[in-house]
Design a protein around this ligand. Structure first.
Ligand code: PRP
Ligand code: URA
Length: 209
């Protein structure tokens, strides 16, 4: 069974509380989402293998460590996943970025695909699917399915807030995908919003309504 990692670092939790606050405007919301994504990237990459490299410091030569040839792909789910990309790129600057465009039909709550552009070598990359919200889990499940259909083998999912329903949905289809979240909230309301959540992540990031 895929593991759910709840990243409870105090900085992540503090910033997440500010993100949730309805009085936080779009500018601060965007900056905080980027910062939390960067902090979460630190944990999501914890299993990256290291190799020995020789480094000459100003006073000696030593065996140091470097990440062993990882090829990473960041896959934001449009739109709201975009808000997490720059923070992650600060820590993983060589990652390629692929985009999956999905929106939730407001009636059925089912994801509708409208865009997909991925790195050509997606099957060789460690992919991290990013989206602030894991609500019913429909969008993340569909995005991961698209990636697997295009050959992806190694996938993680990173979200700010998950509902238990969304975690169960992803696990039921994609048992091999570890999930990294800053919080697991209580439940979904009748409109598929996470309670207590943060509202509509895309609207708060981009100032739409
Ligand atoms: C939001 C969010 C996720 C999705 C989660 O996107 O960013 O992609 O809902 O819901 P689910 O787990 O029930 O599928 P939305 O469809 O509102 O589109 P947007 O990012 O363009 O605002
Ligand atoms: N999408 C959001 O942006 N927020 C939710 O609470 C659920 C889905």
């Amino acid at each position: 069974m895929a593991i759910v990692h709840v990243l409870d670092h105090p900085l992540i939790q503090h910033k997440l509380s500010l993100i949730r606050d309805e009085n936080t405007g779009s500018k601060d919301f965007r900056e905080l989402v980027e910062e939390v994504a960067m902090l979460m990237a630190y944990e999501v990459t914890r299993d990256f293998p290291l190799q020995d490299v020789e480094v000459k410091t100003p006073v000696a030569t030593m065996k140091a460590k470097s990440i062993a040839g990882k090829k990473v792909g960041l896959i934001p789910i449009l739109r709201a996943g975009l808000g997490m990309v720059d923070g992650m790129l600060k820590l993983i600057p060589t990652a390629k970025v692929g985009h999956v465009g999905l929106y939730r039909d407001p009636e059925t709550l089912k994801p509708v695909e409208y865009y997909c552009k991925l790195p050509t070598d997606v099957e060789e990359r460690d992919l991290i699917v990013i989206d602030p919200m894991l609500a019913t889990g429909g969008s993340a499940t569909a995005a991961i399915t698209f990636l697997k259909e295009r050959g992806a083998k190694n996938i993680k999912l990173m979200c700010l807030i998950a509902a238990p329903e969304g975690i169960r949905e992803v696990q039921s289809y994609h048992n091999d995908v570890d999930i990294f979240v800053a919080a697991v909230d209580d439940h979904l309301n009748d409109h598929g919003y996470i309670i207590p959540g943060l509202g509509d992540a895309g609207d708060r990031l981009f100032g739409t309504k």
